[in-house]
Design a protein around this ligand. Structure first.
Ligand SMILES: Cc1cc2nc3c(=O)[nH]c(=O)nc-3n(C[C@H](O)[C@H](O)[C@H](O)COP(=O)(O)OP(=O)(O)OC[C@H]3O[C@@H](n4cnc5c(N)ncnc54)[C@H](O)[C@@H]3O)c2cc1C
Length: 387
């Protein structure tokens, strides 16, 4: 039987960040198990690459503040380009209650130290996102330090640095179960046999629930398909487009990195049911172009780059917040359920888990409100602006 002190299940951006932070803090026997032949095949490789501090809850805002700060020094610390580009996030409102919500959030964000975030009027919105149909827009909010990151770059950077620090990664290694005795982790069963371990960190993205069920614990994480259309315009897109989001419908778009003509756009389909289906649905193209035609005619004039369109899985929890930390089983920890924000929150998550495992609690930021216990204690969080 092989053994390792700390075993991380899942080699996406979260597993990589947890490994990096553990090894930076001195853990020297860290093993990542990834079932695929290469990393990034889960949600990390499907992400839009957005990062924002414009959230409603204090914990999400603080996780973002820490993470954006980390991305600004990522290249220097890790030696890999994470692609952080502060191009901004523009949320717009078409109804008074949405605008009030943005105003309230901006006040909270500012009070927690978010810089460069402000309420904007319709005229300013039309200047930030030229070509946007603003006829029904009543206002919005703009965060100048929000923007884009390269999801795979972040994952690769964390992985490489953790390997330099001594972590190991075993590919094509699927974990079937986590075995416990006397409420303590003993070993994990894999397609390569048993691996003895005292500590398991669940970083298995949308697939975490079934795995955790082998310990008798229910981790409320549901997979939900999200699709992205990739398109190319014959003329240049309006300059300096940020991420643009309709708060009411969740319709959003962003320019492709280093391209003047390519754009990604998406919206959450309200009737999507939880499943592991990641087939891109052709009918989505027609539905989204209908929205694009009204909101941004320059998007409607683009041509779909079919081979780059994709569908991936959000890993949703009932309150759209991550589940971080330990549980009743000694040695079992979760970094799961990011509900669409795992890439942007990966630095804060990695540090939180490393501190919880090695020091007993996250000292740099109190993440106790994200514990699994909140679901049994009825202490759910509330965030409306999930997209
Ligand atoms: C369309 C789309 C757009 C998104 N846009 C953004 C965005 O703009 N910004 C943002 O921050 N987030 C975004 N997200 C969310 C983000 O992609 C995820 O929150 C993040 O990638 C989660 O990382 P992870 O490492 O937990 O999961 P994953 O990247 O899914 O990694 C989990 C890994 O675990 C492995 N695994 C699973 N089960 C096992 C097992 N039993 N044994 C071994 N290995 C196993 C999988 O193979 C996988 O590699 C988006 C997601 C989607 C689908």
């Amino acid at each position: 039987m092989k053994n390792s002190e700390i075993t991380i299940i899942g080699g996406g951006v979260i597993g990589a960040s947890v490994a990096y932070h553990l090894t930076e803090m001195g853990a020297n026997d860290v093993l990542i198990l990834e079932r695929e032949a290469e990393q990034g095949k889960g949600s990390t490789g499907k992400a839009t690459g957005g990062v924002r501090a414009q959230f409603e809850t204090e914990i999400n805002i603080k996780m973002s503040l820490y993470s954006i700060g980390f991305f600004t020094k990522f290249n220097e610390l890790i030696g890999v380009d994470c692609g952080y580009e502060p191009r901004g996030y523009l949320f717009f409102a078409t109804e008074e209650n949405q605008f009030d919500y943005l105003k309230k959030n901006v006040e909270k964000q500012k009070s927690l130290g978010v810089k460069g975030v402000k309420i904007v009027d319709t005229k300013t919105i039309s200047e930030i996102a030229k070509g946007l149909n603003c006829e029904d827009i009543i206002g919005g909010s703009f965060g100048a330090n929000d923007g884009f990151i390269n999801s795979l770059g972040v994952m690769e950077g964390f992985t490489e640095k953790s390997k330099e620090n001594g972590a190991k990664i075993l590919m094509e290694t699927e974990v079937f179960s986590i075995e416990t005795a006397n409420s303590k982790v003993k070993f994990v069963e894999t397609n390569r046999g048993k691996i003895e371990t005292k500590t398991v960190v669940i970083c298995a993205g949308a697939w975490a629930r079934d795995l955790v069920k082998t310990t008798g614990i229910d981790l409320p994480v549901e997979p939900l398909k999200r699709q992205i259309v990739w398109a190319k315009s014959e003329k240049n897109l309006p300059e300096n487009l940020p991420m643009v989001i309709d708060l009411g419908s969740g319709f959003h778009f962003r320019p492709v990195r280093d391209s003047k003509t390519e754009v990604l756009f998406a919206y959450p389909e309200a009737d999507e049911k939880p499943s592991f289906n990641t087939d891109f649905d052709e009918s989505f193209i027609e539905k989204i172009y209908k929205r694009a035609k009204y909101r941004a005619p320059f998007l409607a004039e683009t041509n779909v780059v079919r081979e780059k369109c994709r569908a991936g899985l959000y890993e949703n929890t009932p309150d759209h917040h991550a589940i971080l930390g330990g549980c009743a089983i000694e040695g079992l920890y979760f970094a799961s359920g990011f509900s669409g924000h795992g890439v942007m929150h990966s630095p804060a998550t990695g540090r939180a888990l490393a501190e919880i495992i090695l020091e007993g609690k996250a000292n740099f930021l109190d993440v106790s409100c994200l514990s699994l216990e909140r679901f049994t204690k009825g202490k759910l969080l509330h965030e409306t602006a999930f997209i």
